[in-house]
Design a protein around this ligand. Structure first.
Ligand SMILES: NC(=O)c1ccc[n+]([C@@H]2O[C@H](COP(=O)([O-])OP(=O)(O)OC[C@H]3O[C@@H](n4cnc5c(N)ncnc54)[C@H](OP(=O)(O)O)[C@@H]3O)[C@@H](O)[C@H]2O)c1
Length: 231
């Protein structure tokens, strides 16, 4: 493997947007470390040899600090131009706060907000200056753009993610961009069949936006089309 090849770390790559991002980066010639919770999907096993040699699959449950520290240990010596904390869950989209079970509210907060930022905290020293550290946010986490306040508990978890990224970015001493990425409403298991975008309409543009942040500083809340999202 060439020393100058770009390398990405995608956390939560078993299906949906994380899997598509992994395949897109591999197609662009990147090397990728992709994490999953269960045995890797066929799409990551049945790759041509010249692509498979650029992919490493690791285990990670993003809610587990122990898993994150073990992953950091296994990745010692690696260097990543792009780290994307993509894993997320969404339940109880119509529930008011007097109805949502505590454990499902907590699961969204831990998976969507605490887990991704804890991952970036633990893994950041593997990312040199000019790299990009990102987490999958959502337009729904924007207080100004989620005008109807829909999917309240999930939206709250993405707003919490945004705030934790704000704190994380403010403590970056080196020149690294931090991105709260909004991929659009996409037809995945989470997005559902009614979503207005296919994975193919979202992910190549998400990857363009993320890789385009290399060399920048500070926190950027960006839509898949490159537009800055209002907080
Ligand atoms: N689709 C949309 O319209 C949309 C819009 C805005 C933002 N997003 C965000 O984009 C990200 C990906 O969404 P998606 O649509 O691809 O969802 P998805 O199809 O439901 O996939 C979710 C991914 O997250 C992983 N995951 C969930 N909990 C995890 C955990 N505890 N540890 C590690 N991995 C975990 C899943 O792994 P398993 O297979 O192991 O469950 C899967 O790979 C999420 O953060 C989501 O909130 C999606």
């Amino acid at each position: 493997m060439s020393d100058i090849r770009n390398v990405a770390l995608v956390l939560g790559a078993s299906r949906g947007l994380g899997l598509a991002m992994t395949k897109d980066l591999l197609a662009r010639g990147w090397a990728v470390v992709a994490t999953v919770r269960a045995p890797p999907p066929r799409a990551l096993q049945d790759l041509p040899a010249d692509v498979a040699e650029r992919l490493d699959v690791e285990h990670l449950d993003i809610t587990s600090a122990q898993d994150l520290r073990a992953l950091r240990h296994r990745l010692e010596g690696r260097c990543f131009n792009l780290i994307v904390a993509n894993a997320g869950v969404c339940t109880d989209i119509d529930a008011n706060m007097d109805a949502i079970p505590d454990d499902r509210f907590t699961a969204m907060m831990v998976t969507n907000a605490l887990g991704p930022v804890r991952a970036l905290e633990i893994l950041q020293d593997l990312a040199p200056p000019d790299s990009v550290l990102a987490a999958m946010s959502s337009i729904l986490g924007s207080q100004t753009e989620n005008v109807d306040g829909i999917w309240a508990a999930y939206a709250a978890s993405k707003a919490a993610l945004n705030m934790l990224l704000h704190d994380f970015a403010s403590r970056q001493a080196t020149r690294r961009a931090v991105v709260a990425m909004a991929p659009g409403w996409v037809r995945t298991e989470m997005g559902g069949a009614s979503a207005n975008l296919s994975i193919e309409e979202s992910i190549p543009r998400v990857v363009d936006v993320l890789t385009g942040q290399a060399g920048k500083r500070g926190l950027h809340y960006l839509n898949y089309d490159g537009r800055t999202v209002s907080w």
